[in-house]
Design a protein around this ligand. Structure first.
Ligand code: TRP
Length: 335
């Protein structure tokens, strides 16, 4: 307990709006398990954020649980990390409302994610899509974290969170800790298998390997992976001139732990025809235990329920403490 008190707090949210893929795993999730030694970690399924764009209810429910099961299968130990579902903690919506009143229209208008998403969903530019960053600020500030690990696309939202927290603190005193974005040092940047110039993403499904995908489908995607049109046709790490092969090498290195030199030596004198299925095979073997464990956990609804309930209990305790302080500061009568 004594040590627990000294650990820095880390929090991140993930929207259960798409199936997890190899890029998510090798770039991020794989390294999360080890973090719990150093930090007090909170990870939540940001289900409230997903409904800013239309969701199929059954899919949202399935994905939320699937994501939880997959995180655990990837090594996030629920005994060492607080894993919870956002909508289980009413304090997120409650603080979200308060922070809406301390976030400026102009600030929200400048958010690039809002501009992108309103262009993409022009028929559904709803209020929630616009005020989403105020809810995200609430998600973060409720837990007084030191660090918020996010990808580049979310840095602007963390920046806004800091500004809103600062604004609130300037009026009411030190209520919120000002969090820092945390850009992890480890993690491979994995590109699409059929377009090595864009990040692996669910929006290009043919170039994307999903964690729960069947081995034969994974192998098919690797066999069809784009290699480069250079003449030497050998396995050599050269991201500039051979982005396709280099991406496959990064994947192979990440799943086997081999260095680029070792990989070049292993496939010396062989063409891409031998290399591509070898990468596919290595990925299949890396993902097999994760998929099997996730499926086992998904079949054990009682266990998953015990995890998200315990997570919600711990999270609400922390969140409500902050919320009570905020309510008092702004002048609400205590119940
Ligand atoms: N907006 C984030 C995304 O789209 C998800 C998210 C919601 C989040 N609340 C958060 C991330 C709080 C970090 C902290 O990826």
């Amino acid at each position: 307990m004594e040590q627990e008190m000294q650990k820095k707090v880390m929090l991140s949210g993930i929207q259960p709006s798409g199936d997890l893929h190899l890029g998510n795993y090798l770039g991020a999730i794989k390294n999360w398990g080890a973090r719990a030694e150093e930090f007090d970690c909170y990870y939540f399924m940001a289900d409230m954020h997903t409904i800013t764009v239309r969701q199929n209810p059954a899919d949202l429910r399935r994905r939320t649980l699937e994501q939880l099961a997959t995180y655990i299968a990837c090594g996030l130990d629920p005994e060492k990390n607080t894993l919870f579902i956002q909508s289980h903690i009413p304090a997120h919506a409650e603080l979200g409302w308060v922070l809406n009143c301390y976030t400026m229209f102009g600030e929200l208008s400048r958010m690039t994610q809002f501009k992108d998403k309103s262009a993409k969903h022009a028929d559904n530019i709803n209020g929630g899509l616009f005020t989403y960053p105020a809810l995200m600020a609430a998600d973060i500030l409720l837990y007084q974290p030191d660090y918020v690990p996010v990808g580049n696309d979310q840095k602007q939202h963390v920046e806004l969170t800091r500004n809103v927290a600062q604004r609130f603190n300037n009026i009411y005193g030190d209520v919120f800790k000002i969090p820092e974005p945390y850009i992890p040092k480890t993690g491979a940047r994995i590109m699409s298998l059929n377009d090595p110039s864009s990040k692996m993403s669910k929006s290009i499904p043919d170039g994307c390997v999903f964690l729960m995908e069947k081995p034969e489908d994974i192998q098919r995607k690797f066999k069809r992976a784009i290699t480069d049109s250079d003449t030497e046709r050998c396995v050599r790490f050269d991201p500039e001139n051979k982005p396709g092969v280099s991406n496959l090498m990064s994947i192979y290195a990440a799943v086997t732990g081999k260095t680029m030199e070792e990989i070049e030596a292993e496939f010396d004198g062989q063409g891409y025809g031998a290399f591509k299925p070898a990468v596919g095979e290595a990925v299949i073997e890396c993902l097999r235990p994760i998929r099997e464990e996730a499926q086992r956990l998904l079949a054990d609804k009682a266990y998953l329920e015990s995890v998200y309930r315990a997570g919600a209990e711990k999270a609400s305790y922390v969140a409500n403490k902050t919320l009570r302080k905020v309510y008092k500061k702004v002048g609400f009568v205590a119940r």
